[in-house]
Design a protein around this ligand. Structure first.
Ligand SMILES: Nc1nc2c(ncn2[C@@H]2O[C@H](COP(=O)(O)OP(=O)(O)OP(=O)(O)O)[C@@H](O)[C@H]2O)c(=O)[nH]1
Ligand SMILES: [Mg+2]
Ligand SMILES: [Zn+2]
Length: 236
């Protein structure tokens, strides 16, 4: 019997037009796990970052499987996020997990990302006794096989917890207001409120401070493109 529920400090969730899905409550950190193979979707990375900002949870980007050759493209794509101020950690969960450990200390973290990026492998490397199921990715489909089917919390030590979660295919952000969306773009913040129109949507209005910032390379075109897509999506 549930007698009381304590207030949540944070709540990470995703939603589409029909339903919302809670991912985790009271986490202090979201670890977005990407890999050199299968290829990762940059739009999904951005959606995770925006969800983290909107929920006031810090984000860490991990590029896993750096032991594989051909990781230059992935590393290059992630330079933008380093410039924005996000921590990007190259990793090989199979070969050496020690560089991740300091980031987990004292945090309640959740591993999120597409299937096959190596989230469960990270758990196994940190906690060898757990034997979490992992599975080869499909090279034909360039994707993982959705091996993990439910979220599971692991205790790393007295003060540190880590949640493994099922691979994400989509990350809807319907629950965000347009104001929350704008502010979730950390690089937009200095320019917000400086457009000609108070209710500027930063889509194609004249004298838009965000568009102007892109023209002077202060906002990356790929980030603004995803913003426009999300803005249209949440206003529907
Ligand atoms: N070469 C290499 N392979 C890795 C590494 N980490 C994970 N893998 C492999 O990637 C495949 C997928 O790993 P999983 O841990 O099952 O991936 P997941 O993110 O948990 O996938 P879902 O549970 O489906 O969301 C497995 O075959 C792992 O052995 C790594 O650092 N290097
Ligand atoms: Mg898994
Ligand atoms: Zn504007």
């Amino acid at each position: 019997m549930i007698e009381t529920t304590l207030p949540r400090k944070t709540l990470l969730y995703r939603s589409n037009a029909f339903k919302s899905k809670m991912l985790a409550a009271n986490v202090t950190q979201i670890i977005i796990v990407l890999a050199t193979q299968p290829s990762f979707y940059e739009a999904l990375l951005n959606r995770c970052l925006i969800a983290a900002e909107a929920a006031n949870i810090k984000a860490l980007i991990v590029l896993n499987k750096c032991d594989l050759a051909d990781n230059d493209d992935a590393k290059k794509k992630l330079e933008l996020y380093t410039t924005l101020g996000y921590q990007v950690l190259p990793l090989s969960a199979k070969e050496n997990i020690s560089t991740l450990r300091p980031y987990l200390q004292g945090e309640a973290s959740i591993l999120v990302g597409q299937s096959g990026m190596g989230k469960s492998t990270i758990i196994n490397s940190l906690l060898p006794d757990e034997l979490v199921r992992t599975q080869e990715v499909s090279h034909v489909l360039d994707s993982g096989k959705h091996t993990t089917t439910a979220a599971h919390l692991y205790h790393l030590d007295e003060h540190s917890q880590l949640i493994d979660s099922p691979g994400l295919q989509e990350f809807g952000l319907h629950h965000l207001s347009t104001n929350e969306l704008e502010h979730a773009y950390i690089e937009f913040r200095p320019f917000l409120g400086k457009c000609r129109f108070n209710n500027c949507k930063h889509l194609q209005e004249p004298d838009c401070a965000i568009t102007a910032a892109m023209a002077t390379n202060k906002i990356a075109p790929e980030r603004l493109a995803i913003y426009k897509m999300l803005r249209t999506e949440i206003s529907r």
